[in-house]
Design a protein around this ligand. Structure first.
Ligand SMILES: Nc1ncnc2c1ncn2[C@@H]1O[C@H](COP(=O)(O)OP(=O)(O)O)[C@@H](O)[C@H]1O
Ligand SMILES: O=P(O)(O)OC[C@H](O)CO
Length: 508
């Protein structure tokens, strides 16, 4: 019997839930999207309502199928990709979350992370997990929940609670509470997972005080984990692919050879370089992460995580009211020939790679009476490109080779001006594919491979097509322009919420 002709990809992002239907040619047949509420209950805290994550995701899944005039039985498999690290704890019996989801951007555990660092635990944690000690990753968020939600630790010890990143939460709900799993890519973002043995690490569980009983089972990125419960999509569809959104984008961009690099410009920006079958330890404050596991083959990546990317444009729109839509930033920034000396370091949620300073906050420098809204818009776009430039330099240093080409994707790559600025900052070619939804595409590929919808990896390579590339243009005062950014970052790091800092943040 032949397989149904479509794959449904669920892309649960930081600001919206999306569902996309792909055909065998890798073409998008339909897209449905819903934004959901962001909660900022205290400075530095970011929360989501896990039930809203689920309800928006379930709604768009149904919408995407209907929009294409399909029926659930036309779907061969579901692939899931998700905002990573965001931590959800729910009651195994009622299926209800016990508190709001703590989002990856949330800094409430930054001080606890400082303490762990001061105890000298970083080398051990780094060696086992490939990560640094930072509030970004799930372990300290999960510990916070168990310690602060009334009765949580007791229930957890009795095996009554389940922990999951968003992928686990979606699978749990899609299967009607039958399956509690995650995949290696999501597990590798928790600080609890040993990326060498590919198992939860007993020593780390003890260190973070996490009972084993709350953890999901860890599986590969491409296999059948379970089926949708009939009442969810009126048909039992296999759930056959899971990957964190940045790893899914690496796969969707077909960066399948060692040394290939992509960056995704969404809420944050995340650059990943394929390092092949062995984890490579960074000497430059990047993290090592599992890129995917397909069958027995495990692939690793180096990652530079930038917490605020496209979100700086959202801030211009929602926080300052300077623009009506995100796309307007390009027109506004194009009104001025340069930044007029203005730099914006958008450390709204601390700084990620390569500084890893959870206490840093947004900083704007170089403002004069001549500064216009155009300069702010330009400084905002440049901040995305400069942060990406800093990460790329670290990656080059780790790889010991220049990176000549960067594949890009994500919402903000629709902005041609940003892409040109990016090429100029990097001095490298920026390549934009025809399908910008590479995250969703990666998850679709992983699910499709598992059920035989696509036969092999070679077939997938042919589905990636370039749309446009941006070549770097040399600026007459390019060095001073880039030095200005470094001075702005220094100013940002000099001003932190907690004094004194345990150690200079940018030389770990
Ligand atoms: N034309 C544009 N120029 C710059 N940024 C943009 C543009 N269009 C969208 N964005 C930004 O891209 C982000 C949305 O991208 P998306 O890939 O959907 O993000 P996520 O998956 O994190 O929710 C938003 O932060 C938005 O501000
Ligand atoms: O939802 P995005 O696309 O901003 O991605 C968030 C990352 O997965 C956080 O690590």
């Amino acid at each position: 019997m032949s397989l149904p002709p479509y794959i449904l990809s669920l892309d649960q992002g930081t600001t919206s839930s999306r569902a996309l239907v792909f055909d065998r040619a890798g073409k998008i047949i339909s897209v449905a999207q819903r934004e959901f509420t962001q909660y900022y209950p205290q400075p530095g805290w970011v929360e989501h309502d896990a039930m809203e994550i689920w309800s928006t995701q379930a709604a768009v899944a149904a919408e995407a199928i209907l929009q294409a005039s399909l029926h659930p039985h036309d779907i061969a498999a579901i692939g899931i990709t998700n905002q990573r690290e965001t931590t959800i704890v729910w009651d195994r019996t009622s299926g209800q979350p016990i508190c709001p989801a703590i989002v990856w951007q949330d800094r409430r555990t930054a001080t606890f992370c400082d303490e762990l660092r001061l105890q000298g635990l970083e080398p051990l944690i780094r060696e086992k997990t490939g990560l640094l000690i930072d509030a970004y990753f799930s372990a300290t968020k999960l510990r916070w929940i168990l310690n602060h939600v009334s009765g949580a630790r007791d229930k957890a010890e009795k095996g009554q609670l389940a922990f999951g990143t968003v992928d686990s939460w979606l699978v749990w709900n899609l299967t009607g509470g039958e399956v509690h799993v995650t995949d290696v890519t999501n597990a590798s973002r928790t600080l609890l997972f040993n990326i060498h043995t590919l198992q939860w690490d007993e020593e780390l569980l003890q260190l973070f005080d996490i009972p084993y009983s709350v953890l999901p089972q860890v599986r590969s990125s491409s296999e059948v984990y379970g089926h949708t419960a009939g009442r969810i999509l009126s048909h039992r569809i296999p759930i056959a692919g899971i990957a964190g959104d940045q790893q899914a984008a690496l796969f969707g961009q077909q960066c399948t050879r060692v040394g290939m690099v992509k960056s995704t410009y969404g809420t944050g920006c995340f650059m990943l370089m394929n390092t092949g079958g062995k984890p490579v330890a960074s000497q430059n404050n990047l993290v090592t992460t599992v890129a995917w596991q397909i069958g027995a083959e495990v692939n690793y990546a180096l990652e530079g995580s930038i917490f605020i990317g496209g979100a700086v444009v959202q801030w211009l729109r929602d926080g300052l009211g300077l623009i009506a839509t995100a796309a307007d930033v390009e027109t506004l920034a194009a009104k001025v020939p340069d930044n007029g000396g203005v730099y914006l370091v958008p450390a709204f949620a601390g700084l990620g790679a390569p500084h890893w300073n959870g206490h840093a906050r947004g900083t704007m420098v170089g403002i004069t009476r001549g500064t216009s809204a155009g300069h702010l818009a330009r400084a905002a776009l440049e901040s995305i490109a400069f942060q990406t430039g800093d990460v790329l330099r670290c990656m080059e240093a780790d790889a010991g080779a220049a990176i000549s080409e960067l594949r890009v994707d994500g919402g903000a790559t629709a902005d041609d001006l940003l892409m040109q600025i990016q090429a100029d900052v990097l001095g490298a070619k920026v390549v934009r594919p025809q399908i910008l939804e590479t995250t969703a595409m990666g998850a679709a590929f992983l699910a499709g491979l598992a059920v035989g919808f696509w036969k092999n990896r070679t077939e997938l390579e042919q589905l990636w097509q370039e749309e446009r590339s941006f070549d770097p243009v040399l600026h007459s005062n390019g060095d001073a322009w880039q030095r200005g950014w470094q001075r702005a970052v220094k100013a940002c790091l000099a001003w932190t919420e907690t004094e004194p800092q345990p150690e200079p943040a940018n030389i770990r």
